[in-house]
Design a protein around this ligand. Structure first.
Ligand SMILES: CC(C)(COP(=O)(O)OP(=O)(O)OC[C@H]1O[C@@H](n2cnc3c(N)ncnc32)[C@H](O)[C@@H]1OP(=O)(O)O)[C@@H](O)C(=O)NCCC(=O)NCCS
Length: 148
C-alpha cells in the first residue's frame, strides 16, 4: 500500500527491519515512561504479524497484531515517529491491519488504548468497553471493532 509516499508493509521477525521496529517502539512507547523495551521478554513476538510504515525507506510507524483466538486479534504497540504525527500514518497502519485481519478471517479487532490515544481510535470506529485500568502504570481502556 502506498499513500503520500508512505509505504505500508509487513516486517519479518528477526530481520534488520525488525531491529529498527524495536528501536522505534522503545523510543515512542517506553523511553518517555522511563522504561526499556529491551528489558521485556519479546520471544512470543515471533508469532505476531508486524506492520511498518516507511517513508523513503525509513521506518516511521509500526503496529503488531497478536492472535487471541480464531475470531479475535489484538492490535498492540501502535507507534508513529514524533515528526510524522497527524499525517494519517497511524490511520493507514490501522487500515492495513484491519484489512489483513479480515483477509485472515478474523471477526473482531481488540486493543488496549492509552487514555491519551483513545480519541484517535474512536475516530477510526473503535468502541470503548468497560472501565479504565492501569497497564505499564498508565491509564488504558479496552477497545474493540467489528470487522464483519
Ligand atoms: C496515537 C498515534 C499512533 C496516532 O498516529 P498519527 O499518525 O499521528 O494519527 P493520524 O494522523 O492518523 O490521526 C487520525 C486522527 O486522529 C487524531 N489523533 C491522533 N492522535 C490523537 C491523540 N493522541 N488524541 C486525540 N486525537 C488524535 C488526529 O488529529 C486525526 O484527526 P482528524 O481525522 O480529525 O484529522 C501517534 O500519535 C503516536 O504514536 N502516539 C504516541 C504513542 C501512542 O500513544 N500510541 C498508542 C498507544 S495505545
Amino acid at each position: 500500500m502506498t499513500t503520500n509516499n508512505v509505504d505500508i508493509r509487513e516486517i519479518k521477525h528477526n530481520t534488520e527491519d525488525y531491529n529498527q521496529e524495536l528501536e522505534l517502539r522503545d523510543q515512542v512507547l517506553r523511553t518517555p515512561l522511563g522504561l526499556s523495551l529491551y528489558n521485556e521478554d519479546l520471544n512470543a513476538e515471533k508469532n505476531d504479524f508486524h506492520i511498518g510504515a516507511y517513508a523513503n525507506g525509513h521506518l516511521i510507524g509500526v503496529l503488531i497484531l497478536t492472535k487471541q483466538n480464531e475470531k479475535e486479534i489484538k492490535m498492540r504497540q501502535v507507534a508513529v515517529s514524533e515528526q510524522w504525527r497527524s499525517l494519517k500514518v497511524g490511520t493507514e497502519l490501522i487500515r492495513y491491519a484491519e484489512q489483513y485481519a479480515k483477509n485472515e478471517g478474523y471477526e473482531t479487532m481488540l486493543l488496549h488504548a492509552r487514555k491519551t490515544a483513545r480519541d484517535f481510535y474512536l475516530k477510526l470506529g473503535y468502541e470503548s468497553v468497560g472501565e479504565e485500568f492501569l497497564e505499564i502504570n498508565i491509564p488504558h481502556y479496552r477497545m474493540r471493532k467489528s470487522l464483519v
